[in-house]
Write a protein that binds this ligand. Structure first.
Ligand SMILES: [Zn+2]
Length: 65
């Protein structure tokens, strides 16, 4: 299994619905519905996937954007 390198600080930021790069709230990100995923683009160009069921964010994989 491929493991993403996510530090405790990054996972904490994600749990707070914030970008791991710049700390901006992902609620302010640009949403786009691609491939049935809820892709959120942060102002620093990092991409995240919003999980509607759980209400959580995670980093988008390259294959998803
Ligand atoms: Zn950001």
């Amino acid at each position: 299994m491929l493991k993403n390198i996510i530090t405790p600080v990054q996972s904490w930021l994600l749990s707070q619905k914030r970008c791991v790069g710049c700390g901006t709230s992902l609620v302010q990100g640009t949403k786009s519905n691609q491939q049935a995923n809820n892709v959120v683009l942060c102002k620093c160009k990092r991409m995240y996937i919003y999980n509607e069921e759980k209400g959580t964010y995670r980093r988008a994989l390259l294959s998803e954007v």
